[in-house]
Design a protein around this ligand. Structure first.
Ligand code: AMP
Length: 284
């Protein structure tokens, strides 16, 4: 495995790989690798000849007062994990090289998709995400790029950008990997103190409860939202940021549940903001 920090070197390597007719898989991450990241890396390893993992804590997707400074960073450990997973290249550029003095080019998906849910709560977040992902795609030029359903809205936005800018990579979306008790793996879980970690189980427990109700025939989304809010409200350490029942393609709010929906949650446990979601097909 090679660690590449230099952008021109990564560009040259990835273009050579493509020229040789090899299939290149790419997993963009912010590091602090966990089982969710590993699932993406393993799928890329299975599908592709060459696997590139990027590790870059992207400053432009963090808002003022968010956790950019505290975000967990352990490059040596991440590199060891990548080596064990038989990753070919870890790409770890510096913020200075990605955003040099005077940098002023942004990639922004406009419209509702970027201005609901995470978009309203974290202004500028998706502009930072699409900008860095577009830059990484230009550098790594992969055949396939792997993303997690955990960040469902982000994945939809990245897919839209790739389609509308005719980008030359295919986005593959993999299911959310969870801890044994259901909590979605996340680098931010390391912020949770003991009793908060316990309280964080409420997200998955509530999603499972909502899924069961939908499968048993509940069609009234506003009633379901109130049940979800009650369920989370019973956990003293939890405070709701949003609860949404939405169309999985547009993330538009759904009132009657007649076909597949996605239930999305953003909840603060103490000071730690967690997101999770679950797609559900109605039954009954
Ligand atoms: P991050 O390092 O948080 O930016 O995440 C990098 C990629 O890993 C994104 O595509 C995430 O959606 C994905 N990811 C994060 N957590 C999980 C998880 N629990 N299961 C599956 N994929 C995940």
């Amino acid at each position: 495995m090679q660690v590449i920090k230099d952008i021109p070197t990564m560009k040259r390597l990835s273009r050579n790989i493509r020229c040789e007719g090899k299939i290149l898989g790419f997993v963009p991450t912010m590091g602090a690798l966990h089982q969710g990241h590993l699932a993406l890396i393993r799928k890329a390893r299975e599908d592709c000849d060459i696997v590139v993992v990027s590790i870059f804590v992207n400053p432009t997707q963090f808002g003022p007062g968010e956790d950019f400074e505290q975000y967990p960073r352990d490059f040596a450990k991440d590199a060891r994990v990548c080596e064990e997973e038989k990753v070919d290249f870890v790409f770890a550029p510096s913020a200075q090289d990605m955003y040099p003095e005077g940098y002023s080019t942004w990639v922004e998906v406009e419209g509702t998709l970027t201005h609901i849910l995470e978009g309203t709560r974290r202004p500028g977040h998706f502009r930072g995400v699409t900008t860095v992902v577009a830059k990484l795609f230009n550098i790594v030029c992969s055949d396939y790029s792997y993303f997690g359903e955990k960040d469902y809205q982000q994945a939809l936005i990245v897919k839209k950008m790739v389609k509308e800018l005719h980008m030359d990579t295919q986005i593959l979306l993999l299911p959310t990997v969870r801890e044994e008790d259901g909590l979605a793996c996340s680098s931010r879980n390391s912020y949770l103190k003991n009793e908060e970690r316990e309280a964080a189980r409420i997200l998955y427990r509530t999603l499972v409860k909502a899924k069961k109700m939908i499968q048993e025939g509940e069609k009234d989304a506003s009633y379901l939202r109130s049940v979800i809010k009650d369920s989370i409200g019973k956990e003293p350490l939890a405070s709701i940021d949003y609860v949404a029942i939405a169309d999985p393609e547009t993330l538009g709010s759904v009132e009657r549940i007649e076909k597949e929906v996605i239930v999305l949650l953003a909840v603060r446990i103490g000071r730690v903001r967690l997101i999770d979601n679950m797609r559900v097909k109605p039954g009954g």
